[in-house]
Design a protein around this ligand. Sequence first.
Ligand code: ADP
Ligand code: MG
Length: 343
Amino acid sequence: PCALVVSIPLTFFAGIGGASRKGILVKGSNYLEMLARIRMVALDKTGTLTRGDFSVTAVHPEMLSEQELIELAALAESYSDHPVSASLRNACAKPLDKARVSNVENIAGEGISATVDNRMVYAGNEKLMQRAGVTSKPCEKSGTIVHIAVDGVYMGHIVVSDSIKPQSADAIARMKAGGVKKTVMLTGDHRCVAAEVAQIVNIDEFHAELLPTDKVKIVEELRKEHPEYTIAFIGDGINDAPVLKLADVGIAMGLAGSDAAMEASDVILMNDNLMAVADGMSVARNTLKIVMQNIFFAIGVKFIMLLLGALGVANMWEAVFADVGVTVLAILNAMRAMHVKTK
Ligand code: ADP
Ligand code: MG
């Protein structure tokens, strides 16, 4: 039937249009279908559940003054675009002379190593300190701890904190109401910070202190554990690109997100608002509902007309209506996919 062939792609187009009106870019109708079926959501923490704009909340130097420690860290991080780096640069009162920095190496999930004024500086988490062969001191403050070592000597640490996005908890609740059975947070950050965020936004399960490759492994394990679930991964960083590709639906942040994350994703949230995931799921479910209505309507009417024709009850004009008229009605129904009321 014409109605079937014309209205179904049109319903998906209308659904993709409706989603983009809400700031959700879906890269194809197959991903719209997947959005409706999401049963497990894995998410990154920094920049996804939290704002990703860190600020320095404490400085605990060992041998230097507070400002000297900050300057050293800011210099080592001067070429990095990690959110932690930006906060250290902002906290440094003096202008930074990048010419003093060379041999910068970005160690994913750990931190930075660089040569500053001919001294080897490491700035990052405990794993990085182990790599540098330095024992770091623990900190009682909650937050992400940036430890600093110079030429194999521990110089102290700087505590930076991030805030949770105000809508994160509601967004998770709405995803659960929309059919998501399990939510999992994956982060490279410290266990304590991860536990606090997971509890506040009500995430079912969390894994902390992960390297980018660990995130991939965990998503593979989750898939083995629940092969029946459609898995979505939501993230923003360069590190997240492999998991975004691996998940059934990869969802990237459009504003704060890295180019790599956006390239690897299937869906992009233009305003970085997690609520949009739940909105996208409603739009997708509504679209699939309309597709089903059109399938049953088009085939149903055809079948009835066939029967009536065989019995000699229906004439040619009624048959023409069953084809063209039903097509028009199905198209009108398809347009409804563009409009979905969401909170
Ligand atoms: P997430 O998975 O939460 O997005 P990342 O994988 O980017 O986090 O980083 C994991 C951890 O590694 C951070 O919490 C931080 O402790 C450390 N880290 C990463 N990059 C840097 C950096 N440039 N400076 C200091 N610490 C860093
Ligand atoms: Mg991140």
